[in-house]
Unconditional design. Structure first.
Length: 163
């Protein structure tokens, strides 16, 4: 199985528009435009998840909608991917999709880095906004995966622009 770990796109900063709260922060217009290009880069790479599971926070919902729309795949809200998510959230969802070849999870930092480190038994990696990590595992669990790729957002955008 291939597990895609995607950090949401560029979002607005907490401020008066969000009552200084984190949850209602939306993608900025620049964040939407970049995520669309990045999703096209994912399509060019042939990444087609069975489903995109996403945090309930607005910026992840929007990111998942963009990626799911471009890749033509369904979405599923996963409350356990809210900030503070842990590897168990990913592994529990993986268990619900035993026949899936690729699952994509859209979440937050530092969660994506911590989950990658735990799945691979390796060091944390830096997920910029819009980064995609791909962890491969025959039997997903702590320390059983191999980080196959880490695509910074700029690389995904370049690939999307070329397609």
């Amino acid at each position: 199985m291939l597990i895609g770990l995607l950090r949401h796109g560029i979002a607005e900063e907490p401020g008066p528009a969000t009552d200084y709260r984190d949850a209602p922060r939306r993608l900025t217009p620049r964040g939407v435009e970049r995520m669309e290009r990045e999703a096209h880069g994912m399509r060019r790479l042939g990444i087609t998840p069975d489903v995109v599971l996403h945090s309930p926070l607005v910026r992840c919902v929007q990111t998942a909608q963009i990626v799911g729309g471009v890749l033509g795949v369904p979405l599923r809200r996963l409350d356990s991917l809210a900030p503070g998510a842990r590897t168990d959230a990913v592994l529990d969802a993986v268990a619900e999709y035993p026949d899936a070849e690729v699952l994509m999870f859209c979440g937050h930092q530092p969660d994506m880095s911590l989950i990658t480190a735990e799945l691979t038994g390796g060091a944390m990696v830096d997920y910029k906004k819009g980064s995609l990590g791909l962890v491969e595992a025959d039997s997903p669990g702590p320390g059983r995966g191999v980080l196959r790729a880490l695509y910074p957002p700029r690389v995904l955008r370049v690939l999307g622009d070329e397609g």
